[in-house]
Design a protein around this ligand. Structure first.
Ligand code: SF4
Ligand code: SF4
Length: 116
């Protein structure tokens, strides 16, 4: 019998640990590396306007990047970048709660800028 079966003791433990791990998973902003070829694909797809052109390559403002949470299932810039130069940025780790707070703060700011 597989230890992963939910009806066996070890299976329940496995599911418990997996759920705890998922809840505790650190999330983080993404960053653009030197491999960027300035193709301009990522900037318009960012729902938070977190991507901006720098002197030589594009950059991501970590205070605005939410890994696209609240808008899309996957980070849109990362999915569309043709040279795969947008990894996670371990120097900007956050919890899921902090990330959701950031998303809500950004939504609130946007609502203030564009009155109904
Ligand atoms: S992951 Fe999403 S929110 Fe973050 S920079 Fe990329 S497109 Fe913008
Ligand atoms: S999609 Fe990738 S290569 Fe293109 S501008 Fe953005 S980071 Fe640079």
């Amino acid at each position: 019998m597989s230890l992963r079966q939910p009806w066996c003791g070890y299976g329940r433990l496995h599911v418990f640990v997996q759920e705890r791990y998922q809840k505790a998973r650190w999330v983080m902003a993404l960053k653009i590396t030197e491999e960027c070829i300035n193709c301009d694909v990522c900037e318009p797809v960012c729902p938070n306007q977190a991507i901006y052109p720098g002197e030589s390559i594009y950059h991501i403002d970590p205070s605005k990047c939410t890994e696209c949470v609240g808008h899309f299932d996957e980070p849109q810039c990362q999915v569309l970048c043709p040279v795969d130069c947008i990894p996670l940025d371990p120097s900007h780790q956050e919890t899921q709660t902090e990330l959701l707070d950031k998303y809500q703060r950004l939504q609130q700011k946007e609502a203030e800028v564009i009155p109904a």
